[in-house]
Design a protein around this ligand. Structure first.
Ligand code: SF4
Length: 91
């Protein structure tokens, strides 16, 4: 497991529903902004794999649902977008 997860993170506890919705809204807004600015939308396959490897080694990754416990996002979607970022800056 990755030992870079800050102590204040409550392990294996998703944010509440409204926080998850807000996180998704911010993510969708960033994707839209990137597209509008002509910066592209998707990252390379290599970058997707790198992000996945980092999440797979993180204690905050639910391997069954593929969701992050910190943001509540479905990571198989989030790994692919340029606008995405790890909520605790692991990638
Ligand atoms: S996005 Fe960050 S906190 Fe969430 S599972 Fe991946 S590495 Fe861990």
């Amino acid at each position: 497991m990755n030992d870079k997860v800050p102590d204040f993170i409550d392990p294996k506890q998703y944010p509440n529903f409204w926080e998850q919705m807000n996180n998704f809204k911010e993510f969708a807004k960033s994707v839209g902004q990137n597209a509008a600015e002509g910066n592209g939308i998707l990252v390379s396959e290599d970058k997707v794999r790198t992000r996945e490897e980092i999440c797979q080694s993180c204690s905050q990754f639910n391997r069954e649902s593929k969701k992050c416990y910190v943001c509540g996002c479905f990571m198989q979607v989030k790994w692919k977008f340029k606008a995405s970022s790890c909520p605790i800056s692991m990638w």
